[in-house]
Design a protein around this ligand. Structure first.
Ligand code: DX5
Ligand code: ZN
Length: 216
């Protein structure tokens, strides 16, 4: 069976005790830290900036998966790279020259991902798949945690898996939004490689067990 990566989203963590929530991730079977960056413009919510990424970089070696839900990622991605991001994902919907953005991020030495909102179809980004490390399929409308998984996204994941496999592309499929054991297993069945989960993990009584339950 292929390896599934769990990326807990710190959006649902306790920001007063962020360091300890990241330590919890280290002591669980999760391997990445998903950091949701929101600007109050691309999405109706505001979260964290590079300062938080920089501080967390001092306390863990876990891979930092930075999800930029911002209108001007071309203006700010480098700040996140300097702060210690390992993977930077931007949204298809906000960038016209995506090839340039992909090349710029890659040549800075970090991995690059492209995200699509639920209403954006794969055909729009298909030509870019050979050039990126990851496609992030949003399974809720971006902006908030604790939303319900949009079931139709399972077909999108399955289609994407088909395209990647048929062409032998070296690109991971990450899913984000409404992930719990049921939706996780639907996504894994459809071909997802990386599962982001916020509230299901951090609101659980035992977050480490919650991580484990996504892998069963
Ligand atoms: C939504 C964010 C997600 C969110 C996931 O815009 O990108 O990463 O925090 O939270 P849950 O797992 O609660 O849907
Ligand atoms: Zn996210």
């Amino acid at each position: 069976m292929k390896k599934i990566i769990i990326a807990p989203s710190i959006l649902s963590a306790d920001f007063v005790a962020l360091k300890y929530d990241v330590k919890m991730i280290e002591n669980s079977e999760a391997e990445w830290v998903h950091i949701d960056v929101m600007d109050g413009h691309f999405v109706p919510n505001i979260t964290v900036g590079p300062l938080v990424v920089k501080s967390l970089r001092n306390v863990t070696k876990l891979l930092f998966d930075v999800h930029l839900m911002i209108t001007n990622p071309e203006k700010y991605w480098r700040e996140f790279q300097r702060a210690g991001a390992d993977l930077i994902t931007f949204h298809d919907e906000v960038i016209s020259d995506k090839k340039k953005m992909i090349n710029d991020i890659k040549s800075s030495g970090v991995k690059v991902g492209l995200s699509i909102k639920p209403k954006t179809s794969i055909s729009k980004i298909e030509y870019l798949i050979p050039h990126i490390d990851l496609v992030l399929v949003m399974t809720v409308e971006p902006g908030f945690d604790r939303q319900f998984f949009i079931e139709e996204m399972v077909y999108k994941i399955r289609n994407l898996r088909k395209i990647i496999d048929e062409n032998n592309y070296n690109c991971l499929i990450e899913v984000d939004g409404g992930i719990n054991p049921q939706t996780a297993s639907a996504c894994i069945g459809a071909g997802a490689d990386v599962l982001v989960s916020g509230s299901y993990i951090f609101l659980a009584k035992n977050p480490r067990l919650a991580v484990k339950s996504l892998l069963i």
